[in-house]
Design a protein around this ligand. Structure first.
Ligand code: ADP
Ligand code: MG
Length: 311
């Protein structure tokens, strides 16, 4: 973590106020929205934008040399899904420095995968984890600590498995975004290596219905995604977001559904996983929209143990 004192434009008075509101490092400052900083610290928006830019420059979140970027990429961590087939499809697991989107119809297993990753991120590195905690933001009211305990039985994690999951229910889209403004403090205190947002889109769809509200909705969603991406970079952590499907009246053949969120999510997500129900209660997953991954489906199942290989 980099100290606030090293950032241009920050004197002791501003530093004290930032620390008071829980922003204790350059990393935290770089990823918190200037609007939030200006309101909470009582400085002008212009000053807030300036110090936040200076923090990003210090951390090389903006421009860097190819060599610096290579170094950053070498630090990418992977979280096992606890399912070999899924891990293989993903090239090892869910990556840090990336937003991975899970899309699929209701009941397909998005929330189950999110629960399981909140456990597996806690595993040792040898076992495919990152020895860190999870920050779980639930917008749909489907987080179940009992289910976490059930899933955790088959993994070698401590009895503190629930203590390492910091949970918050987001009540509307503004609240959801505010929780991300407040995330840096929690990330630093609890060594968070995975952020889950289940679902990223629900509140936005509900609050901004129809064509007229779409530009406002997409603008807000874009800001939210940018901030999540900045968190992955500042803290080398993984972000999982779940997305809903909408029916696409333009399709006559093939799949009549498509992911919600439009271009903002399509461009903001680093990896997009499409989930569907397969024969015999099984589930199928594939990475779509990726030039780097083959578009092959993998098959898994969901049991009382969680997300598992079919054999
Ligand atoms: P989504 O979030 O995509 O809407 P979920 O992740 O909630 O879907 O998945 C729900 C499905 O997971 C259920 O239909 C069921 O098949 C499976 N599931 C959930 N809990 C259990 C359990 N305790 N035992 C077996 N299967 C379960
Ligand atoms: Mg769900």
């Amino acid at each position: 973590m980099h100290r606030l004192e090293g950032i241009k434009g920050i004197g002791p008075a501003i530093a004290d106020k930032l620390i008071e509101m829980g922003i204790t490092s350059a990393e935290a400052l770089a990823v918190t929205s200037p609007k939030y900083i200006s309101e909470e610290v009582g400085i002008s928006k212009k000053k807030a934008i300036e110090i936040s830019k200076n923090a990003r420059e210090l951390l090389k979140i903006s421009f860097m040399t190819g060599e610096e970027y290579l170094k950053k990429r070498r630090a990418i961590g992977k979280i096992t899904t606890g399912c070999r087939a899924l891990d293989e499809m993903l090239g090892g697991g869910i990556e840090t420095l990336a937003i991975t989107e899970l899309t699929g119809e209701y009941g397909v297993g998005k929330t189950q995968i999110a629960h399981q990753l909140s456990v597996t991120v806690q595993l040792s590195r040898e076992e495919g984890g990152l020895e860190g905690g999870a920050l779980y933001i639930d917008t749909e009211g489907t987080f179940r600590p009992e289910r976490i305990l059930q899933i955790s039985q088959r993994f070698n994690v401590s009895n503190d498995v629930l203590k390492n999951i910091i949970f918050a229910r987001a009540y509307n889209s503004d609240h959801q975004m505010l929780l991300i403004d407040e995330a840096p403090k929690i990330i630093e205190e609890h060594n968070i290596r995975l952020i889950v947002i289940d679902s990223i889109i629900g509140h936005f769809r509900g609050e901004y219905p129809g064509r007229e509200a779409l530009p406002t909705r997409q603008q807000k969603l874009n800001k939210h995604i940018r901030q999540l991406l900045a968190l992955t970079e500042a803290y080398n952590l993984a972000v999982i977001v779940t997305n809903q499907v909408i029916s696409d009246p333009a399709t006559f053949f093939g799949n009549p559904n498509k992911p919600s969120g439009g271009n903002v999510l399509a461009h903001g997500s680093t990896y997009r996983i499409w989930l569907r129900k397969a024969k015999g209660g099984k589930r199928a997953a594939k990475i779509f929209d990726s030039p780097l991954h083959p578009s092959i489906e993998c098959i898994f199942k969901i049991t009382e143990n969680g997300v598992e290989d079919i054999n």
